[in-house]
Write a protein that binds this ligand. Sequence first.
Ligand SMILES: [Fe+2]
Length: 219
Amino acid sequence: MPQNLSTNTSDRLIEANPDCENWIVDDDSSTEAYYPQETELTVDPYRLFRFLSDLEDILLDIPGDRDRLKAIMPLVRHLLTSSYWLQMEYDQPSPKTGWSVKMLYREPEYPLTVQMVAWQPRSVSPIHNHGVWGIVALISGEEKNRFWKRSPTAEHPDRLELVGEKILQPGEIISFMPGAIHSVESIGDEPTISFNLYGETNYKQRYEFDVTNHTAKNF
Ligand SMILES: [Fe+2]
């Protein structure tokens, strides 16, 4: 455990807090924020296998990504407020890359991955979209999200424009439509730890952007 990571376990656990927002970032990177419903704040036991079964039902029953995100976010909140063990299931960030990913669930031929991701303090991600819907629940640390939208010109078809930002606090959940473009910075002195959930990536639609040279490339 890094020296700068709090040794008080309870400091790093998501509480059932009605002030923690849910955010949705649309394909054009516009955002919608709302507070969780009372029913999302229950700490009644909610097992990982049941969460995964409920997810499968949602993916089968709901066709649109945005409606899926709205349906899944309350389940993520319920899972995390009731499953303290899950919040501790992460690997320390690699000193080489500055981050780590611990896979909690992945099954061949099934379009879903569940991960715990850790970033060293002051790490900055490239500007990117995911080419798939995704949900990130912050468990520890502070994470600054910057939102970008496409703003093409004749000369620079991959030009971007900064349209907003949000500092994600522990207990807050942010979800992304496949076209949403963002960059992430781990701010503060602690690593950021998050619970991440993604559908099936369309790699042809997933890009990293260079905002200085106005270019984009698949990754
Ligand atoms: Fe991302």
